[in-house]
Design a protein around this ligand. Structure first.
Ligand code: FES
Length: 279
């Protein structure tokens, strides 16, 4: 897997596919929906539960007598639901870093082979060739399982679509810590500072101050170098790297590619000094 991460030969196909995905999925609203922005959580891992669950269930039913119809129904459900899951995955994939995209390409290829085998299985079953349908389904399950293994590497080893900011919290104590004099903070401007060795951004609006982790949850971009923009009536910080936007009054993600919210920290003011701590 490490060799694949470093294999630049995959970039020719990967770069072309990335351009194709980006030119096809142009609507910000559609892209946000596929990233899981309305949920504040990536959509692709939730969507794949349907095809994986249906295909594994069909594999069990294929071992039992008198379950042809039920197994065919589950193969059809899995095959149909794999298509939108794949679209959501491609949308996430197009916003990954280069080494993640290489592994993502292999993940997508294994799943595409699985999907093709299941489509063949469905066609065979509908034509009464249940033995062929079963064999193709088991091959498809093998390919999809390989895809799942590679997807696990992509998510858990490479951290694709995993919040890159939340680990910052592990380096903070849970006692209140001073951040800045309230009077020194400018109105409606981003200020970056350190709490211990964790970088945060401050945004003052009247006497309300938001303290938010500075590392973007998408790929650690510096939100402190981003711009503040009004989106849907809310002040948001827009990441300078890939344009994810987060509400400054709560951290909710309003535009991807981040599929997760940004962490806002609790605040209090004691003697004119703004303090923060772990949520
Ligand atoms: S790092 Fe990609 S949107 Fe912030």
């Amino acid at each position: 897997m490490t060799k694949l991460e470093q294999d630049s030969r995959l970039d020719r196909i990967g770069d072309r596919l990335q351009r194709r995905v980006q030119s096809t999925l142009r609507s910000q609203r559609v892209r946000d929906l596929l990233h899981g922005v309305p949920l504040g959580h990536p959509l692709h891992p939730a969507m794949v539960q349907v095809p994986v669950g249906a295909w594994i269930s069909a594999a069990v039913l294929d071992l039992l007598p008198g379950q042809r119809r039920a197994a065919t129904t589950l193969v059809a459900l899995g095959t149909a639901s794999a298509v939108p899951s794949a679209v959501a995955g491609l949308n996430d994939w197009a916003g990954l870093s280069r080494d993640q995209r290489r592994i993502g390409l292999i993940h997508a290829a294994a799943n595409a082979i699985g999907l093709t085998l299941y489509a063949g299985s469905l066609a065979a079953r509908l034509n009464g060739r249940h033995g062929t349908g079963r064999a193709l389904a088991y091959l498809g399950l093998g390919a999809a399982s390989a895809g799942a293994y590679i997807g696990g590497h992509l998510a858990y080893k490479q951290g694709a679509q995993v919040s890159q900011s939340v680990s910052e919290l592990h380096r903070m104590g849970d006692e209140w810590q001073p951040v800045a004099d309230l009077a020194s903070l400018p109105q409606r401007e981003l200020v970056t500072c350190e709490v211990g060795d964790v970088s945060v951004i401050l945004y003052r609006h009247g006497d309300e101050v938001t303290v938010m982790l500075e590392r973007c949850p998408h790929q650690s971009g510096p939100l402190g170098e981003g711009e503040v923009r009004e989106i849907d009536g809310h002040a948001c910080v827009v990441c300078p790297w890939h344009g994810s936007a987060f509400r400054l009054n709560g951290g909710e993600v309003v535009h991807g590619p981040s599929g997760t919210d940004q962490q806002v920290l609790p605040t209090r003011v004691v003697g004119g000094v703004l303090q923060t701590r772990l949520p």
